[in-house]
Design a protein around this ligand. Structure first.
Ligand SMILES: *Cc1c(COP(=O)(O)O)cnc(C)c1O
Length: 375
């Protein structure tokens, strides 16, 4: 079934086709000059010293845990209201996730006061997720981290160019992780980036993404190196120049795309404010944000009621989603027995509405009127 209004529309046109075609014609398709250009452009846009391209954000989060020295016996504080990858990465390095609740139904980000409560002598780091691109309370989180000597990893997948007090998300903690998966603000199919201002981290990230090898194929092919050493146990987490060439076009389009999304959100907020049973998370936000998704939470609701609203919207040709099912309720994390009442309410009563730059006011009228008819 084709939806009348899909959740997301890819911001692709002939420019991406052209860029990939040129890369194919150049006969260098693996990690090379396009990846380097993407990294340089991304770092400049975020005002951060180093950006290292990767195959996806899951690998970025995995490497973030490694370079921050997280390992067996360590605990890492994280939200449960996120995508599985933000928590799975803790397990890749044999550490234990400790789930923290969110601040409230209107602020779906990790709660600094719950972070404080859950710190133990084993705590090594905090992973924050900037939900929908809205910033976590980074001043307070950094203050806690400094006091207890903890690392801060930002999962900034939802927030390229989003800001917190004049700084770009992903550049405030020790490292920031980004995804270029198809449905993200920047799309390359699969793809990711890790950013940092720490030179040692950047050097190590470049080794770890390519088997721990001291040189890459492109450097050897262009005569800049003739041999290599393997200095630590690395992986193949590289991006390739085909994806990077799409990414370069996507970066050019990003700012105008986000500016249109701001208007889309403003119109949504105006319309949705007329419906009493709906809470609009981050309604009071004044920062520049990416608006990766448009979440709403139903007031005095149940999971059953939420699911029937989603079915009703579906029947009316409107695609919705849920960000997210609670991680601590998944089979592999249930035994940790986390108790997170606000997260649980939001996970059961959240609906993600369509959000993309070209969403029309008439379409938003149709969506909000359909919600009104249901309630
Ligand atoms: C998409 C996403 C990821 C995973 O990114 P991939 O590039 O698909 O590995 C991780 N965290 C969050 C919050 C995401 O939205």
């Amino acid at each position: 079934m084709e939806y009348k209004i899909p959740l997301f529309k890819l911001n692709f046109d002939e420019e991406e086709v052209q860029a990939v075609t040129e890369t194919i014609r150049s006969k260098w398709i693996s990690t090379g000059p396009k990846c380097e250009e993407l990294e340089t452009t991304f770092a400049k846009m975020l005002d951060v010293k180093y950006a290292v391209s990767l195959s996806n954000c899951t690998d970025a989060l995995h490497l973030a845990c490694i370079i921050n020295g997280i390992g067996e016996g360590d605990e890492v504080l994280c939200p449960s209201l996120t995508f599985a990858a933000s928590v799975n990465c803790i397990r890749y390095v044999n550490a234990t996730p400790v789930f923290c609740d969110i601040s409230g139904v209107d602020n779906m980000n990790i709660d600094p006061s719950d972070i404080k409560k859950k710190i133990t002598p084993k705590t090594k780091a905090i992973i924050v997720v900037h939900m929908a691109g809205f910033p976590c309370e980074m001043d307070e989180i950094k203050r806690i981290a400094e006091k207890h000597n903890l690392k801060v990893i930002e999962d900034a997948c939802h927030g390229p160019l989003s800001e917190y007090k004049g700084k770009k998300l992903g550049t405030i903690g020790d490292v920031g992780c980004f995804s270029f998966f198809s449905n993200k603000n920047i799309s390359t199919g699969e793809g990711g980036m890790i950013v940092t201002n720490n030179e040692e981290y950047a050097k190590r990230l470049r080794l770890l993404r390519s088997h721990g090898m001291t040189t890459m194929s492109y450097q050897r092919a262009t005569g800049h190196a003739t041999s290599y050493d393997v200095v630590e146990l690395g992986y193949n987490f590289r991006m390739d120049d085909l994806r990077a060439s799409m990414g370069i076009v996507q970066l050019k389009k990003l700012k105008p795309d986000l500016e249109k999304r701001i208007n889309v959100r403003d119109y949504y907020v105006r319309k949705l404010s007329e419906i009493k049973q709906i809470i609009i998370p981050f309604k009071e936000n004044k920062e520049f944000v990416s608006n990766y998704i448009m979440p709403i939470v139903l007031k005095d609701s149940t999971k059953e009621k939420r699911d029937s609203l989603r079915s009703y919207l579906h029947e009316n040709g409107i695609q919705t989603s849920n960000h997210y099912p609670a991680i601590h309720k998944f089979s592999i994390y249930r035994s940790l027995n986390a108790n997170l009442p606000i997260t649980e309410y939001v996970c059961d009563n959240e609906v993600t509405l369509p959000m993309f730059a070209d969403l029309k006011e008439e379409e938003i009228d149709y969506i909000t009127n359909t919600i009104k008819k249901f309630s």
